[in-house]
Ligand binder design. Sequence first.
Ligand code: ADP
Length: 177
Amino acid sequence: MANVSSQPPKWRGQDSAVYTGVFDPFHLGHLDIVKRGSRLYDRLVVGVGTNPEKKPFMLVEQRVQLIQKVVAPYPNVEVRPFTNLAVRFVREMGARIMLRGLRTLSDMENEFTMSLTNLSLDSEIETVFLMAREEYSHISSTLIRKIASFEGDLDKFVPPEVKAAILAHIREEGEKK
Ligand code: ADP
């Protein structure tokens, strides 16, 4: 006789996902992926990483605090820093899914390489991609840092909390000079 069990299926981490990135700074494109991801999974962790090859625009602690403020309306979203391998961090969070956003063909190339590398580092962690919404597909952290350095208007690119933090950061940096 077939083994019909009333037990729920063994938990395999599909109810959680981890959206990894550097988020330096966090912008409206990132926020859109968080919103959509929070509807797909019961729990979404935003993993804020560091790029060891680059001096950050904002410190990781500052980025985490800022993203926490921005995502406060989404109760199933949490924000944590990580310094180890992304796949390890995903596992530590009890998840099996790494969420990423895709904007352009050039993103595709990098993300393809990254996801294959991650798969060979840990074959149980899958990367799931969400296509960027058209209105955000041109936004990148690099672009925002550039606009900010020329004191351009950031309203259409970042949430108000991030805009305020960027302006304060630029003021502080200016005072140091
Ligand atoms: P990375 O982690 O690749 O250094 P980011 O921290 O900027 O880059 O981005 C984190 C994730 O968010 C990546 O998967 C990236 O493709 C995605 N992303 C970046 N900008 C956008 C956007 N405008 N719309 C949707 N996804 C985006």
